[in-house]
Write a new protein. Structure first.
Length: 182
């Protein structure tokens, strides 16, 4: 799917963020130099700003988008208002994929489920998708985990690539074995 909805869905899958957190994104929230999306507290469910490290494919999606006079990234009004409504896009995905009976939020649940297969702390997995730190972590742990979140999203991007474009079936994966010490 092309602009407008294709890039939105790609970013939802690449980052695990909520639909409106991506759809309402504005260019001032994106920092290409720091490879970071900063969603302000006013747009977050938990009412606190959320930093999303952008993996390479997410940066490529954003870098390929058109720019308009207004600030909104995904827009039909030259950037003055964000995109609204995904029912037609979802219906098109249903038709193209042959999969129905799902909601857009299922993309987020799927991303989080796949995070569990990554060698990443559970706390970091939760922070990537903007869940609050649990218990005493909320009070005593003020570390932002930005590098850890970036690592998680980069691992997810690699795993996703293997899902979307698996290696050919006739390729045998070789594992290095430790050389015997004489």
């Amino acid at each position: 799917m092309a602009y407008l909805c294709g890039p939105v869905f790609r970013l939802l899958i690449l980052t695990g963020q909520r639909e409106r957190e991506i759809a309402d994104m504005s260019w001032p929230e994106v920092n290409f130099d720091k490879r970071l999306l900063t969603i302000p507290a006013a747009r977050m469910k938990g009412n606190r700003a959320h930093e999303v490290p952008l993996p390479p494919k997410a940066l490529a999606v954003l870098g390929a988008l058109p720019r308009f006079t207004g600030d909104y990234v995904f827009t039909t009004s030259y950037g003055l208002k964000p995109i609204n409504g995904f029912s037609k896009a979802k219906a098109r995905i249903d038709k193209l994929s042959g999969v129905t009976n799902w909601v857009i939020h299922d993309l987020r649940r799927t991303v989080r489920t796949h995070f569990s297969a990554l060698p990443v702390q559970d706390l970091v997995r939760e922070l990537v998708i903007a869940h609050a730190k649990p218990g005493l972590h909320r009070v005593y742990d003020q570390h932002a985990y930005q590098d850890e979140k970036r690592h998680c999203l980069e691992l997810w991007e690699k795993r996703l690539a293997l899902i979307v474009e698996p290696p050919p079936g006739n390729v045998l994966r070789m594992h290095r074995q430790a050389e015997a010490v004489a």
